[in-house]
Design a protein around this ligand. Structure first.
Ligand code: ADP
Ligand code: MG
Length: 303
């Protein structure tokens, strides 16, 4: 007798582009009183654009870009896709890469033309490099995400990427604030660009520079203080966060934000969904407050 309203709510949510795995997810959604949001691809549109390539260490900018794009060939991360797209749009020929490895929240590594290429967070440089650090800082002050390119562990360049807030993010967050509580941003990006974006969206609660495991640690703190936490992020780097949350929702269709074929959706896409309780396929931020309200209403009627 308790089932029909919750089942109906699954259908209503589905009509709005939110697919939840089962009625227990709606029950948990009715209880959430805290929300944590990933930045890249959640608060932002997830279509970062390369705005600058600064070569360091002698190679021309296009060579640095080609090496980075080649190393990112196997990456599902939006930053990796953006680097590849930009290189291909410039008509660059990408060398073959082998031995690809992605480290969630850090970046990627691959061997390109006999050189070990790493692309990822500035900390990968390992120690201070004054020129590289200056380029990184300047990009970050402008709200850009800075990604370093290392060749055999030596700085080869810095790539700056810009990602706009999702349209309507401000209103969506205001609704979420009223319905669930002050949203908290958990990001792997550096504090400066994270603060610039949060400022634009009127968000005051922010933790930056977090590795995927650090995000889980913050989640555990919230849960230890009695909060039922809704987490929203991408299914790749944020999988541990989504799995640990009271409700974890993944942004994008089954093939991630990049679309793709059915077979891709059933392969890599399916993996990215594994940790989540549901998928936000349309207007991911705008869907959240109405979804929680729907769940609360459905549960009230079911009782
Ligand atoms: P967010 O929490 O904003 O989603 P991630 O945890 O996905 O960020 O990544 C954190 C940081 O790690 C990025 O800002 C970037 O510097 C670096 N990074 C992760 N994956 C990649 C990649 N494929 N290419 C380049 N940089 C990456
Ligand atoms: Mg992410």
């Amino acid at each position: 007798a308790t089932m029909p309203p919750l089942l109906a709510a699954i259908a209503v949510a589905g009509r709005r582009g939110t697919l939840v795995k089962d009625v227990t997810v709606l029950e948990a959604l009715a209880e959430v009183d805290a929300v944590v949001l990933d930045k890249t691809g959640t608060l932002t549109a997830g279509r970062p654009r390369v705005v600058r390539v600064t070569p360091l260490g002698g190679r021309p900018a296009d060579d640095v870009l080609a090496l980075a794009a080649a190393a990112e060939a196997g990456s599902e991360h939006v930053l990796g896709r953006a680097v590849r797209r930009y290189a291909l749009d410039r008509g660059l020929e990408l060398p073959e890469a082998s031995g690809f490895a992605a480290v969630p929240g850090e970046g990627v590594r691959a061997v390109v033309g006999g050189t070990e290429i790493a692309v990822g967070r500035p900390e990968l440089a390992g120690r201070p490099h004054p020129v590289l650090d200056d380029v990184v800082r300047e990009l970050q002050r402008d709200g850009r995400t800075a990604v370093v390119v290392l060749a055999d562990d030596q700085p080869a360049g810095v790539i700056g990427l810009s990602d706009e807030p999702r349209p309507g993010a401000g209103e969506a967050l205001e609704a979420l604030r009223r319905t669930v509580g002050e949203p908290e941003v958990l990001t792997g990006d550096a504090p400066t660009p994270a603060r610039v974006l949060a400022g634009r969206l009127g968000l005051s609660r922010l933790r930056a520079g977090l590795l995927p495991a650090d995000k889980v640690a913050v989640l555990r703190e919230r849960q230890a203080s009695g909060r039922r936490v809704l987490a929203v992020g991408d299914g790749i780097n944020d999988a541990p966060l989504l799995a640990g949350a009271d409700v974890g929702l993944v942004v994008g269709g089954p093939a991630g934000s990049g679309g793709g074929s059915d077979d891709e959706a059933l392969g890599a896409g399916a993996l990215s969904l594994q940790a989540a309780d549901g998928v936000l396929t349309r207007d991911p931020l705008g869907s959240l407050a109405p979804l929680v309200e729907l769940a609360r209403r459905a549960r009230r009627i079911a009782r």
